[in-house]
Design a protein around this ligand. Structure first.
Ligand code: C2E
Ligand code: MG
Ligand code: MG
Ligand code: MG
Length: 289
């Protein structure tokens, strides 16, 4: 019983969500209607540099503004979209909107990169690199401001095509990030061959790593490997000051993201958040490696 208690405690601290949340799964017809009916909206979560806290960019996290159910999170519809050939359409809508928002920020003198989550089917369509190049051109955004986040678990499908497409994207000066590292099954060959710029360790190894030796071991070993491969290190799931301090002073992580810094927010709230963050940032700058 004690053991079970420990496992449950660990599980709870892994996620901000309750253990058993009512989670509605939407039918493909509904998801299709939502995507085509213009009900997707982009939320943005800041990524900041350590130890300074300077904002480097934002990650786009899609939400579905459902007419009856309110704001629906991606884990309730992304899988369905992937399984039924709708994910290309979804990613395109998300990317185009993000590029437009990025252009507006640039006009306001805010230079922010935008990180977009992409799916395996994007990486299997040979015209995807051209689509990104064309969309960025139309939006007036330089490709050096575009980051693509690919989850580790997606890399193993069709590895040769994935290698080809990611290499072509990298040659266009797009930044490549490997997302949720530690939860997938990428081979070391993929890591060696694909020109990733950033390795982002999954939240499950980040939050509370200072008190949990197993998390710490995996976090530090992953970052050590990333550095040796010439990649920047990033951590998601930074939830409190202990996490921030540990990543800055002990782990010397490059980029941090998490609720401690900011939750994902609509584009319109970003300016206010930036002002609050600039006021709060000096209190965090004392934590140096
Ligand atoms: P992800 O790319 O790993 O994004 C991070 C997830 O962790 C987001 O959940 C974010 O809201 C959440 N998060 C951020 N900070 C914290 C924190 O401090 N603690 C905890 N516990 N969680 C935090 P969200 O928005 O529900 O997205 C879930 C996943 O859905 C994303 O995981 C991503 O894989 C996928 N996704 C989101 N938008 C898109 C999209 O446009 N296209 C595709 N293909 N996938 C997307
Ligand atoms: Mg991501
Ligand atoms: Mg992630
Ligand atoms: Mg994650």
């Amino acid at each position: 019983l004690e053991q079970l208690q420990r496992i449950l405690e660990q599980h709870n601290s892994l996620s901000a969500l309750p253990l058993y949340s009512a989670r509605k799964i939407y039918s493909v017809e509904e998801v299709r209607r939502g995507i085509r009916g213009g009900e997707l909206i982009n939320h943005y979560q800041p990524k900041v540099r350590l130890p300074s806290g300077e904002v480097t960019g934002v990650e786009v996290l899609v939400r579905w503004q459902h007419p009856e159910d309110g704001l629906v999170l991606p884990d309730q519809f992304i899988d369905t979209a992937e399984e039924h050939g709708l994910i290309d359409e979804l990613t395109r809508i998300v990317l185009v909107k993000a590029l437009q928002d990025c252009w507006h920020w640039q006009q306001a003198n805010l230079s922010l990169s935008i990180a977009v989550n992409i799916s395996i089917s994007n990486l299997n369509s040979v015209d995807y690199p051209d689509f990104i190049v064309q969309s960025a051109k139309e939006a007036g955004v330089d490709l050096s401001n575009v980051v693509l986040e690919v989850t580790e678990s997606q890399l193993m499908h069709n590895p040769l095509t994935v290698l080809d497409i990611l290499t072509r994207l990298r040659l266009k000066n797009i930044t490549l990030s490997i997302d949720d590292f530690g939860t997938g099954h990428s081979s070391l060959t993929q890591l060696r061959d694909i020109p990733f710029n950033e390795l982002k360790v999954d939240a499950g190894f980040v939050h509370d790593a200072c008190h949990q030796p197993a998390r710490r071991a995996i976090l530090e070993a992953s970052f050590d490997m990333a550095r040796r491969l010439g990649m920047k290190t990033a951590a998601e799931g930074v939830e409190n000051l202990d996490d921030w301090r540990f990543l800055t002073m002990q782990v010397k992580c490059d980029i941090a993201q998490g609720y401690f810094i900011a939750k994902p927010m609509p584009a319109g709230e970003l300016f206010d958040w930036m002002q609050e963050w600039e006021a709060r940032r000096p209190s965090l700058m004392g934590f140096k490696p």
